[in-house]
Write a protein that binds this ligand. Sequence first.
Ligand code: ADP
Length: 278
Amino acid sequence: VQIGAMQGSSDAEGQPNLVLFLRDLTSAKRLEAMRVDFVANASHELRTPLASLLGFIETLQGPARNDPAARDRFLAIMREQALRMTRLIDDLLSLSRIELRAHVPPTTPIDVGPLARQIVVSLTPLAEERGVAVTLEADPEPLAVLGDRDEILRLVENLVENAVKYGGEGAHVAVRVARTPCEEGRTPQIEIAVQDDGPGIAPEHLPRLTERFYRVDAVSSRQQGGTGLGLAIVKHILNRHRGRLSVESEPGRGSTFRAVIPALVEETPPARPVPSPQ
Ligand code: ADP
């Protein structure tokens, strides 16, 4: 910890005001180390597909120049690698945009139920391709929060897409959106729960899931087209919405990811005075 003192203006009796500042150098150093790590990881993630692209370009210019079958196969792989880089850059940009807005509270009233339905519908082709069934239950009354529409869509999309991707063939994914009961005097919450009956996650991984580029199984994540940034994006969106993420999971029994966001509480208008009988 760095402790310093600055002399400020004088108080009413002419005594100088001292301003003490405490700076936590350990946390500054930790932040700097995280930033350096992040840049190193992002560069590595981009360099891998780039190296593969360069390798294929050289092969196509040389040994495979006159081999149409090899050319078609290599071009398909090169397209995959280029798409992987595009996904990674898109996720990096999303993350930095959300971070830029971190201190600007979202102000639009949003009904979360219809947004969850929109995401479930848009992910139906992926789910069908993977042999996964997705169901949605949303309370019929409005489930309103003060939010950023695109960010809430992204949050639900990342959680449902993960459940579909990692749930595996034949899995069932249940999405539930509900207002959670709250104790007297506390703000009610809107909960988005995404439950799958897939392979689950071992307990030692759970605390690290929202770290950037953290993957339980890097090979399976890459096969699924994952960037390792999905849950980091979810965490940042929830921070901006004063929300929280929790995960319950057990290997062999599936996982439940729960995101909660404070509900928008309508101000009840003051009761009208009852006119007294004349
Ligand atoms: P990715 O882009 O790799 O999917 P995420 O940040 O979204 O990255 O998730 C981090 C890791 O958490 C994934 O690589 C995967 O190993 C694990 N994971 C996330 N959701 C699930 C799930 N529903 N079931 C099993 N594992 C999951």
